[in-house]
Design a binder for this molecule. Structure first.
Ligand code: COI
Length: 356
């Protein structure tokens, strides 16, 4: 399918923000990639000026929440080229989310072509400042007007680009995490493993409460006994106990993170022991009491590798590695960034280079 391109006029191009004060998700580039679905097929792929959509008030996404998205990043290498990290893995996950939410799947090659063409047009938006990247947000929503609860027959797919800095205000410094047993994020058989908007909506109240008490994020426990660790709202979680790297298994209620999978592979290839198994919050605190908990860190596209300095659960505080970044978190951050920015050879074929 041919992708039509209508570029903004030079006078319509936006002023670029200060790359050293981007925050996360506050600015958007000049163009976007849009496609529509009806009569059982995707059609009219187009790149055009970034701008508003008009939606019918009965658009089904506004009522029943058929909305899925992805998050990936474009990195500017020292050679000025643009690098993407495992982009087709994100698109494959988008299709798995689509299946779960009864939404139509996308042609991964076509979407990849649309996104790489969009990045070519908006390449000046890929920041060069240290730690800054261009966040890519492919999204699909149900736009058919209708109030019956059923899969919509019409969808809108779009991709927008946002220059971003670190996701957390702490940057790469250790974050303070609140372990909630008041709220749950997802249940087995639910939609926890789909990247669907409702999962994030459901997480906001716990995050607001935690932030009002000075915490950065919430760690979710399983919905049944509120003991097994699941994930942090915007990242997967890893514990290092007695030199074993432990992360909860993908049991259906956890988001299957691409950074998570990459970190598991990097660690195993460095000869480290990684175990995907259920781990309870009591086990974590006990390991800390016994001096065996060495590090805790989160992984995610937005968060990259985020060291956890302390965990709070039921009035108990567990301070990890004296609340400092541990050596493994630091090494994984460096190793991953070196691959993502094209600084070092990528033995895995994870990186796509889009030219300059
Ligand atoms: C990401 O890591 O890309 C996410 O989607 C997490 C969050 C910003 C929603």
């Amino acid at each position: 399918m041919e992708i039509s391109i209508t570029q903004a006029l030079p006078a319509e191009l936006k002023q670029k923000p200060d790359e050293n004060a981007l925050g996360f998700g506050a600015y958007f580039s000049d163009h976007m990639f849009v496609m529509r679905y009806n009569d059982g097929k995707w059609h009219s792929p187009a790149i055009s000026k970034y701008g508003e959509f008009s939606l019918d008030p009965a658009a089904m996404v506004l009522h029943y929440g058929q909305a899925i998205f992805e998050g990936l990043k474009a990195y500017r290498g020292k050679d000025n080229k643009t690098y993407l990290f495992r982009p087709k893995e994100n698109l494959a996950r988008l299709n798995r989310s689509a299946q779960r939410m009864c939404m139509p799947e996308l042609d991964i090659e076509l979407v990849y072509k649309g996104i790489s063409t969009l990045l070519g047009i908006d390449r000046d938006w890929v920041p060069s400042a240290p730690g800054a990247t261009l966040y890519i947000r492919p999204t699909m929503v149900a736009c058919e007007a209708g109030l019956g609860v059923r899969p919509a027959k019409e969808y809108l797919f779009f991709t927008i680009l946002s220059p971003v800095g670190a996701y957390y205000p702490e940057g790469f410094n250790p974050v303070k995490i609140f372990v909630t047993d008041k709220y749950v994020r997802a249940v087995r058989g639910g939609v926890g493993e789909a990247k669907t908007a409702g999962n994030y909506a459901a997480s906001i109240m716990a995050a607001v409460e935690a932030q009002s008490q000075g915490f950065t994020q919430v760690l979710w426990l399983d919905a049944c006994d509120r003991q097994s660790v699941e994930e942090v709202g915007t990242m997967n979680i890893f514990f290092v106990i007695d030199d074993e790297i432990i992360t909860p298994p993908l049991n259906g209620s956890i988001l299957p993170g691409i950074t998570r999978e990459s970190v598991i592979q990097l660690c195993r290839d460095q000869g480290r022991t990684v175990t995907e198994r259920a781990i309870t919050i009591d086990e974590v605190f006990q390991a800390n009491d016994e001096g065996r908990l060495q590090e805790v860190f989160g992984t995610g596209t937005a968060a990259s590798i985020s060291p956890v300095g302390s965990l709070f659960h039921k009035d108990r505080e567990c301070c990890i590695n004296h609340c400092n970044t541990g050596p493994l978190s630091q090494q994984l951050f460096d190793d991953l960034q070196a691959i993502q920015y094209g600084y070092k050879e990528d033995p895995y074929g994870w990186v796509s280079c889009l030219g300059d």
